[in-house]
Structures are given as structure tokens and as C-alpha cells.
Write a protein that binds this ligand. Sequence first.
Ligand code: TRP
Length: 331
Amino acid sequence: MSKQRVLSGIQPSGKLHIGNLVGALQNWVKLQEQYDCYYFIADWHALTSQYADTSQLRENIKDVLVNCLAAGLDPEKATIFQQSHVLEHAELHVLLSMITPLGWLERVPSFKEKQEAVTDKDLNTYGFLGYPLLQSADILIYRANYVPVGVDQVPHLEITREIARRFNSFYGEALPEPEALLTAFPKVPGTDGRKMSKTYNNCIYLSDPPNEVEQKIKTMMTDPQRIKRTDKGDPELSPVYHLHKIFSTSDEQNNVAEGCRTAGIGCIDCKKVLIKNIFKVLEPLWERRKIFMAKPDDLKDIIAAGSQKAEKTASETMALVRKAMNLDGLN
Ligand code: TRP
């Protein structure tokens, strides 16, 4: 029996951080053992908002690739590729655009939300409106069964399913409806307690050198009401404790929580435990990053081979789609 297919993508809109590692990459690594996985760098998606300045794009694409490999994605097991190197995504996108009512795109919550939240860029563009449809093309072109994503992406999966149904109702059953594989993960707080995000400048990046990671944690916010060492604290109000919940054993979590509530330990003691545990996760990743960074030609080969493999599958779907729509030549 052939394996079920999984597809997911990540935007090279900045350097990856530990939130991306625990929220996506570690899960992708697990899935590659069991499914036929397609993972890609969604560089066209990054352009939907970062079109005016692409000076960092090449570096960001490389950072995503290196981190995927360093986190344990194996090109022998999963197909790892770059979206813009598989032109069929664009072909399916243009065909799907013909059948997509504008209202469906305008109603996707992220459309208005991001347009309002982002003030330093003009997101009143055709490409930005089409973001979810491009994502639909990414998914449908591999006839993926499952799409591992966070809850924020559920509306995009929903519109993908609607588009598939509409396509199938017009042209016959060619595009199966995918399902979200929800990645249940606690929100990863940044060093200031808000969600870790490059826009808040509160990230621990996977490319940060060890001393910088240590420094960022040492200066991280804790319970703001615990001012003096002798003050009792509330661990739930400390983003450091929320990182413990992700990186520390339950014994360690209990110990630091108890120590915080009773003023038995200071914030630095608590942070030292976290630093040790985060280092345990990042050290092997740093080692592997070094190896891949030293071999730029291997990186090029990996992405080229992955993109070629992806293209083979994508072109099979496009043959079905063209035939379904009577675009496959004269008879
Ligand atoms: N929108 C996704 C995100 O921002 C990235 C993405 C693009 C994606 N195409 C996809 C995810 C297809 C899953 C499947 O996280």
C-alpha cells in the first residue's frame, strides 16, 4: 500500500526561530517516518507581503533550508523543495483563479487582519488577496491527504477544500480534499512575553550563536511583579516558565514553579535551568548547521533534486487538470 501524502510549507520571510522549531520543524521530522512528505520553502508567499525589497530573500531561503536539514529533515525520506522552482504551482494557481469568487478571498480572516496590522507596506495588491489561493494550489497540486499546520492556517485549509469541491463539481473529480493535521502546540512566548515573532524583535533565532541565546534568556522578562529576590512570584506570569513548559522535564517545571512561588529560587537560577535545556535541544542543531553551511554546493543540489522530484508529481496532477478542463491539446 502506498503511503498517505503530507504537504506543508514555510515562508522565508525572515530567519527561523525556536517557535518555528517546536511548532513546525520537529513535527515535520516525525511525519517523514510515516508519510510521503513534501515540504517546501514558500518563497512566492513571502513575496505577497515582502515584494518591495527582496534583498534578504536569498539568505532567508538558505536559512530555512539549513534549519530544516539541521532539525533532521532527510532528503532521502522527504521531498524538500522551493516553491518557485516548481512552475506548475503557478499554472494551477492561474486556473484556480478563474473559478474563485472574489468574496471567498475577501472573507478569509487573515486578509483584513494582516492588511490592518501591517502599516509599513501596501498590501492592497492582487498577490496578497490571492495568498490563500496560491496556498490552495500548493496543496492540491500534490493531491495531499494531510497538511500539518497551526490553528491560524485553518481558514486557508477550509478555502482549499471549497476550491477543490468547486473544481470537482465543474470538471469532474480530479482534486481530493485535504485535511488539516493540527499541530497542537502551546504558543511560544518571545523574550518580552508576547508571541515570538520577528515583528516584535523578541526571537531566539536558530542561527543565534550560543552566547547570544544565553544572553537573550538571561535578560528575558519574568513575572513583572517579582522585583526583589525575596519577592514571591507567580510563574504563570513569567514567559520563562512558559518556555520551561516546552523545554524542561515535569520535575524541573515543578521545581522552578515552586521556587518562584516561595521565593526559594531567584529568576537567574530558574533561567539557568532553561538555558541548559534549550542548549540540549539546540546543540545538535548548531552542529548540523555548521556542517551544511560549509557545503553550499550540497545545499544547491538538495534543493534542485527535491524540486525536480516535486515537479514530477506536480506535473502528473497538471496533466489530469488540463485534461479535465479540455486544455490538453486538440484531438
Ligand atoms: N501560509 C503558510 C504559513 O504562513 C505557509 C504555506 C504556504 C503553507 N503554502 C502552504 C502551509 C501550503 C501549508 C501548505 O505558515
